[in-house]
Design a protein around this ligand. Structure first.
Ligand SMILES: [Zn+2]
Length: 223
């Protein structure tokens, strides 16, 4: 099996994204991305809908949860986890659901990276480290990659897309005999190579424009 995996995507269920589920589906098929994790801010509603609507590829229900010590992504969730808990409590809740713990942009200055103390104390609890985030600076990704290898953690790529233009060119690529499932994901990623394309322009323009359009009621989320 060949997998192109992007584990960090925001749909229009995030305040600062304007990606519709249908656009996500079309672009994934066009670019051959066959495993995606929908990781909206503090909600799994978009991810559940994406899982229901997108049948051609694997959709992982995820959530990018803002903890009191920075952001953590839970993958393979069944119920929503509240924001602003401690990092430890958030991880416990991910585990209680049988989810995986994915640490996004762990060293990014302008994104809500998990604080150093939490990273040190909870390192044993991390399943996957995002060593390429398309919105982070190259140096931040370099440090993330070094951190992952120092602690022998599996690493992966996340587009962190908030607009459809930011999705489709950042992924972990692997050819493997392993079938895709929750229990195999870390193993699959351990054999993968990261393909990353930076998309800084989104930081400045798209997120602001998504917020603005939503305020004006142009881009209401479908319930
Ligand atoms: Zn994100």
């Amino acid at each position: 099996m060949k997998y192109k995996i992007d584990l960090h995507i925001h749909t229009n269920f995030s305040k600062d994204s304007n990606i519709s589920i249908e656009d996500l589906r079309k672009k994934a098929l066009l670019n051959g991305i066959n495993v995606i994790a929908v990781t909206d801010h503090n909600t799994i509603k978009g991810a559940l809908l994406a899982k229901k609507k997108i049948k051609e590829i694997e959709v992982i229900v995820g959530e990018e949860i803002l903890t009191s010590e920075g952001e953590i992504i839970g993958l393979f969730l069944h119920s929503e986890i509240k924001p602003f808990l401690s990092a430890k409590d958030t991880i416990n809740q991910i585990r209680e659901q049988g989810g995986l713990v994915y640490i996004p942009h762990p060293f990014s200055v302008f994104r809500s990276a998990l604080k150093s103390n939490a990273k040190k104390l909870l390192i044993d609890q991390f399943d996957i480290i995002e060593s390429f985030n398309a919105k982070s600076l190259p140096y931040e990704n370099f440090v993330a990659k070094r951190f992952a290898s120092q602690y022998r953690k599996v690493d992966a790529a996340g587009s962190d897309a908030h607009s459809i233009e930011g999705f489709g060119r950042t992924y972990s690529y692997v050819e493997t005999d392993l079938n895709f499932c929750r229990d195999n994901l870390v193993k699959i990623l351990s054999q993968s190579t990261i393909f990353g394309r930076y998309f800084f322009v989104e930081n400045i323009f798209y997120k602001i424009s998504a917020r603005f359009q939503k305020k004006k009621g142009v881009l209401k989320c479908k319930k």
